[in-house]
Design a binder for this molecule. Structure first.
Ligand SMILES: [Zn+2]
Length: 429
């Protein structure tokens, strides 16, 4: 990209500052809350109509048969493609259009799309309708600049990322939408800071441990076996033996924030005894709990092996079995995702690094995400290694009340996206 081209392109994007904010606000006003997957179709068609009016070829792809898909809540994905002049690679920007529930604690309308003090407020501004708007306006500016390029640009709005991506990117990847030869480079504008390229994420292992007891009258607990006491012993063992070990395992991956640069374990939920609904209208029966379940959310490192992650939990449970005569348990693995990291030397990352340095006047950071996002499906199902996350927004604001996106950050990230796309399309890496 010549100096003249860059000035022109970046100038066009800066001039669209208000339009970027307005598009973000418009997207926020379509409350695509997941679950249940509300008004996905409206959002996909809003996006598709806009891109169609700019010359993109638009496809709507409903993930029929996917988890959660129904006529009331259709899993509608949208992919828009613009062909350049002649053969070349395809650069794809993938954003999820779903948002998590607003929750409590807001001082603004979470779906009002309020623009104030250089920010757009609302659920999904940061994660990740701001990133989506930045990529849309940046690509529109590239087309309007008249700068020619070979290959193709794609922009997708996909569903269900917040619930695993199975009706969104995974479903599309299974059908070849995230594989060569259709696509060569994928940028996911998740909120991971305008100066950072996110190379990948840690692994995930979710499991449910059920401690089994023996029911008896609550006035004579010695006649039963309390599953809750057994679970207490398990939790204590995790506290004493597993947590100290996890805290010492550090990864070479540049995971942010720094406290996530190690193995972690979260107790997601815990329930013992009678189901709560059975005594919500009255008084619980006097019983010894015969069941207690806990859900474990273990995040593991690229240096760890999933089989070891599992076996160290099993070892604790087996040790308890030896120590406590009545201890019995069942372990059920719920789901897992291996860690993933893109090689920082691939053209996609080099082009982003160079454009970040040009736009921001400082070197790019390389980071990795503490949690997973749709990159996992593109890597594993699409078998496409050239995929990273890059987008405006402050990671810690995701899923919080009073979530916002800074408009200047969107403009800067949009300039980086446009410069990077042009460099990749022209093979200037
Ligand atoms: Zn997200």
């Amino acid at each position: 990209m010549s100096f003249h081209e860059r000035e022109k392109l970046f100038g066009l994007i800066a001039a669209r500052r208000d339009e970027m904010a307005a598009l973000t606000a418009d997207l926020v006003r379509i409350p695509t809350v997941n679950p249940p997957g509300n008004v996905y179709d409206d959002c996909a068609r809003f996006l598709g109509a806009r891109l169609a009016s700019r010359g993109f070829t638009v496809e709507y792809l409903r993930a029929e048969g996917a988890l959660g898909d129904s006529d009331e809540y259709p899993r509608t994905n949208v992919i828009a493609r613009f062909e350049g002049t002649g053969k070349g690679p395809c650069v794809h920007f993938n954003s999820h259009i779903d948002v998590v529930t607003a929750g409590e604690g807001w001082t603004v309308d979470p779906f009002g799309g309020e623009i104030r003090d250089g920010r757009v407020y609302g659920r999904g501004t940061c994660d990740m309708k701001g990133g989506l708007a930045a990529s849309v306006v940046a690509m529109e500016a590239l087309l309007e600049s008249g700068i020619s390029f070979p290959g193709a640009i794609e922009i997708s709005g996909t569903v269900d990322e917040e619930s695993g991506g199975y009706g969104g990117v995974a479903w599309l990847a299974e059908r070849g939408y995230f594989s060569k030869p259709r696509v060569d480079h994928v940028i996911i504008p998740e909120p991971l800071y305008k100066d950072a390229v996110c190379l990948g994420h840690r692994g995930v292992w979710w499991a449910e441990v059920e401690v089994k007891g023996h029911i008896a009258h609550g006035s004579m607990p010695f006649l039963g076996v309390s599953a809750i006491r057994g679970m207490g012993a398990f939790i204590e063992k995790v506290e004493r033996e597993l947590y100290p070990r996890l805290e010492q395992r550090r990864t070479e991956m540049p995971v942010i924030p720094d406290a996530a640069r190690q193995s972690t374990l979260n107790f997601n939920s815990l329930h013992g005894g009678q189901p709560e609904q059975e005594f919500s209208d009255g008084f619980p029966s006097a019983l010894v709990a015969d069941r207690c379940r806990i859900v474990l959310d273990r995040r593991y490192l690229i240096e760890e092996d999933e089989a070891d992650v599992r076996s160290e939990v099993v070892e604790l449970l087996e040790a308890l079995k030896a120590e406590r005569p009545d201890f019995d348990y069942a372990l059920k693995e719920l789901w897992s995702v291996p860690p993933t990291m893109t090689d920082p030397e691939v053209p996609l990352v080099r082009a982003l690094d160079r454009n970040i340095a040009e736009v921001l006047g400082k070197p790019a950071r390389h980071v990795a995400s503490p949690g997973t996002y749709d990159q996992k499906h593109i890597r594993r199902i699409g078998n496409l290694e050239h995929c990273v996350a890059y987008g405006p927004g402050i990671l810690e604001l995701a899923h919080q009340p009073d979530e916002y996106i800074d408009i200047d950050d969107m403009v800067a990230a949009g300039q980086v996206m446009a410069g990077t796309a042009l460099d990749l399309l022209r093979g200037e890496t």
